[in-house]
Structure formats: structure tokens, C-alpha cells
Design a protein around this ligand. Structure first.
Ligand code: FES
Ligand code: FES
Length: 209
């Protein structure tokens, strides 16, 4: 009869360390006569770094990351792209918002390895040749920030919000930007800034209003 156990070896200090699952072949009286590692039960070490290519703001970035590393950690700690902020690290504040496949995602809840080969857009990629994106300029024009900690996430979220067609009214905008928290409560100015940028990006006659 075969059974599965987790083989354990005692350390010198008495702690036990599991060494993975083994299949144990028992004799008729129940005594183990041989043991072999089960190939179907062997799990890869999830702490082992894997090569991944992240396509960020139009450029490929090659790095080795453990499967548990979040996109936010990869951006900030590995690639020096610190625009996306770590606010709550629990998916509740929106400060880490970036775009993956043109959809806004919370980078603190997204694994870097899951973004392999997908286009990623961060706040660092918005300005072109030193010219601010209309959203960046509108946030300045409307004084839509105080401490600025939430601002990169607000702008990236707003970019997707406009592309989704959810910037037609203030109420709609507030609803679809509700995942981005501003502790400084600059909400009226943020809404005004996004509305201005939306008009500009659409090429409307009142773009400058
Ligand atoms: S840091 Fe990701 S949602 Fe707050
Ligand atoms: S500007 Fe300070 S948190 Fe939004």
C-alpha cells in the first residue's frame, strides 16, 4: 500500500524542516520499506526568480523576479519608476494605479510575472519630449493636488476613465474615479481638471475652458 507523507528532518536545535512530499511504500504489516519523492507532488520553489520582460512606456525591461513580486514592487524597487505610489498596498487607495493593456490596474495587487508581454503605461511615460500630457497640465491649471501623493494614480486612472467614455458628466466622473482616494480632499479640483483634459483630448471647441 502506498501513502503520502511529508518527510521531516530534525535540526540540531530541535526544529523540524519539511523536505517535500514522498510516496512511502508500506509492507503488509504497515511498516515503511521504501520511500521515493513523488514527481507529481513536487512543487517548484516559488522563491526562485524567473526571467520576465515588462514592456513599459514603449520599452522592454528584462529582469528576474520571484513569482510573488508585485508589479508595484518591480516598478519602484527594481526599475526605479517611483511615480506609482505605495499607499495602502491593499488595493484600497488607488495610488498605485497604472495601465496594463490600456486598462487601469492596481499595481500593488498585480503580479509582475502576470504582465509579461503586455503593454504597461505609467505616469513616467505621459509627457512627450518635455511637453506635459493634457491631464498633467490640467491638474496644474486647476490646482488639483496638495501633497501630490495620489496624483500619479489619479492621472493614470483619469486617462483610462476618459478613454472608457466615463468623463461626460461630473457625477459620472466621480463614480468612475471613486477608487482613487485623495487624503487632501482635492476632489472638486480633480474633477475640474479631468473635465478640462477630456475636452482638450476630444478637441472640443471649449477645450481651453
Ligand atoms: S497602494 Fe495599491 S491600492 Fe493602495
Ligand atoms: S493631493 Fe494629497 S492625497 Fe491627493
Amino acid at each position: 500500500m502506498a501513502s503520502v507523507i511529508a518527510a521531516r528532518h530534525a535540526h540540531a536545535d530541535g526544529r523540524e524542516k519539511a523536505h517535500g512530499a514522498f510516496v512511502v511504500i508500506e509492507n503488509a504489516s504497515g511498516g515503511a520499506v521504501t520511500a521515493t519523492r513523488s514527481p507529481t507532488l513536487h512543487h517548484p520553489d516559488t522563491r526562485h526568480p524567473s526571467p520576465v520582460t515588462l514592456h513599459i512606456n514603449g520599452a522592454d525591461n528584462h529582469l528576474d523576479v520571484e513569482p510573488r513580486v508585485t508589479l508595484l514592487e518591480a516598478l519602484r524597487e527594481r526599475l526605479g519608476l517611483t511615480g506609482a505610489k505605495k499607499g495602502c498596498d491593499h488595493g484600497q487607495c488607488g495610488a498605485c494605479t497604472v495601465l496594463v493593456d490600456d486598462r487601469r490596474v492596481l499595481a500593488c495587487l498585480t503580479l509582475a510575472v502576470a504582465c509579461e508581454g503586455k503593454p504597461i503605461a505609467t505616469i513616467e511615460g505621459l509627457a512627450v519630449d518635455g511637453a506635459l500630457h493634457p491631464l498633467q497640465q490640467a491638474f496644474i491649471d486647476h490646482d488639483a493636488l496638495q501633497c501630490g501623493f495620489c496624483t500619479p494614480g489619479q492621472i493614470m486612472s483619469a486617462l483610462a476613465c476618459i478613454a472608457e467614455g466615463h468623463a461626460d458628466t461630473d457625477d459620472e466622473l466621480r463614480e468612475f474615479m471613486s477608487g482613487n482616494i485623495c487624503r487632501c480632499a482635492a476632489y472638486p479640483n480633480i474633477v475640474a481638471a479631468i473635465r478640462q483634459a477630456a475636452r482638450q483630448m476630444a478637441g472640443g471647441a471649449d477645450a481651453a475652458l
